[in-house]
Design a protein around this ligand. Structure first.
Ligand SMILES: *Cc1c(COP(=O)(O)O)cnc(C)c1O
Length: 356
């Protein structure tokens, strides 16, 4: 057992009265987790404290050079009253992989899981009850050394925030419209695309903004070198059902290794489907579309779980996929994953972790 000090709030906040207006990431619970790193001492002083502002030097290195990483997962209120996490060990493994890339000292993954469980249990009444709503969990690390020299920081903060969030699809599983980005790139091999770090998102804002201006919800990124191979979408990995294959781009170093992606691959293979990780060019997708072999396209990520793509635009070609409706593979994946996450189905893979 790890010793985690708990300072309870003296002024609990009112919980949102209308769960239908929750949205995403705007409300925070009563408590947060915090832990320090100092050179010579290592990671220390894990504690739960009331949610609130943190004192920070304006010279803190994260504010200038972007040395920071984050994670995203959810706690689910099960139909049986239990509170569940979905493969949280994978999040903490990836957190350490992001740390490695960004020169942040590694953390004890068992301590991260244990302390997260304690935080979620303490604020469990904040987990929304409405169907398909959840408690979004945001662990993150920032470099705090007050210094303007460019080098890895000597001090860090690890924190976890909890945010009650509404259903991703309030009006049902509507397919999204995305276009293939041809001007901007998000990441290159050898860069930081495989790390969950803010810089990748800063780099994507411009394209995202232009996409919204043209009434598309997101952009599909191509590789940064040849601008030919499919990478991913915003905060989602991509899958294409082409003929008898379900194809997703192989992890090349410039793509974020999604936990939903990994789970989808494992599910598809358990169903006996031909799930393939390989390079996939946009030309091949266009070709498959033209020959009638492109049956489905969908994104995968913690927020949406499965996000069917109903329209994909490349240059002047507008491809309508699956008649603009969700396809059978996407639907089965969505139903299976969400049933496991909310404790509505058996969990043959042991993905669910019970908090309380
Ligand atoms: C978080 C993220 C994903 C999805 O990962 P999940 O673990 O499935 O939530 C995909 N792409 C990017 C860039 C991300 O940051």
């Amino acid at each position: 057992m790890y010793e985690i000090k708990v300072e309870r709030t003296a002024a609990p906040k009112a919980k949102p009265a209308d769960e239908s207006k929750l949205g995403f990431g705007t409300i925070f619970t009563d408590h947060m987790l915090i832990m320090n790193y100092d050179k010579g001492q290592g990671w220390h002083s894990a504690r739960i404290v009331p949610y609130g502002p943190i004192p920070m030097e304006p010279s803190a290195m994260c504010l200038h050079y972007g040395q920071e990483i984050f994670e995203g997962l959810k706690a689910y209120r099960g139909d049986d009253g239990g509170v569940y996490l979905f493969r949280p060990q994978e999040n903490f493994k990836r957190l350490n992989a992001s740390c490695e890339r960004m020169c942040i000292p590694p953390l004890d993954e068992e301590l991260l899981l244990e302390s997260l469980k304690q935080l979620v249990e303490l604020d469990r009444d904040w987990i929304p009850h409405a169907k398909d709503s959840s408690l979004y969990i945001r662990p993150f690390i920032i470099a705090t050394e007050p210094k303007l020299g460019v080098k890895p920081s000597d001090s860090y903060l690890y924190m976890v925030l909890l945010s009650p969030s509404g259903p991703y699809y309030p009006t049902g599983l509507d397919p999204v419209k995305i276009y293939v980005e041809q001007s901007y790139v998000r990441a290159v091999r050898g860069g930081i695309g495989m790390a969950k770090t803010g810089g990748n998102y800063a780099a994507s804002l411009k394209a995202q903004d232009e996409a919204h201006g043209q009434n598309y919800s997101q952009v599909l990124w191509l590789d940064g070198v040849e601008r030919k191979y499919i990478e991913e979408v915003g905060a989602m990995n991509m899958f294409f059902v082409i003929g008898d294959e379900v194809v997703t781009p192989a992890l090349s170093g410039s793509i974020l290794p999604g936990i939903t992606r990994k789970s989808v691959l494992e599910l598809l293979r358990s169903w006996g489907l031909n799930a393939v990780e390989r390079r996939l060019s946009i030309d091949e997708v266009v070709e498959a579309y033209r020959s009638g072999k492109l049956a489905e396209a969908f994104g995968t990520g913690t927020a949406a779980v499965i996000s069917p793509v109903g329209e994909l635009k490349y240059d002047s070609l507008v491809m309508t996929i699956g008649g603009g409706r969700i396809g059978p593979v996407s639907q089965r994946l969505y139903d299976t994953l969400t049933a496991i996450q909310w404790g509505r189905a058996e969990d043959p893979f042991g993905w669910r972790v019970r908090v309380c």
